[in-house]
Design a protein around this ligand. Structure first.
Ligand SMILES: [Ca+2]
Ligand SMILES: [Ca+2]
Length: 96
């Protein structure tokens, strides 16, 4: 299960850093990787920190100026048995 985090608002043309994305996996010995789909056509791998059945995902992305808004950021966590779960995070970029 992935919780991508609360809705965020940022200024367009600035970095969005995900710091509140977490996941739970009942299998204590599984290891995980994470991919973030930033909703603007780009994806990147994220940094996973985990212990036992839970973990957190940290990633950051620079959005273009005049990006379409709102965007939906998708955080996908994949375990070592390729089971994947995705959490969604609505993001608004403010015109400036
Ligand atoms: Ca698992
Ligand atoms: Ca602008």
């Amino acid at each position: 299960m992935v919780e991508a985090g609360p809705n965020v608002t940022m200024n367009e043309g600035t970095n969005l850093t995900l710091t509140q994305s977490t996941f739970i996996d009942p299998n204590t010995s599984d290891t995980h990787t994470a991919i973030v789909d930033w909703g603007d056509g780009t994806t990147s791998t994220a940094t996973v920190t985990e212990s036992a059945t839970s973990g957190s995902v940290v990633a950051s992305h620079l959005y273009k100026d005049d990006e379409d808004s709102p965007l939906t950021v998708k955080v996908t966590v994949i375990d070592n048995f390729t089971a994947s779960h995705t959490g969604l995070l609505p993001a608004c970029s403010q015109q400036r």
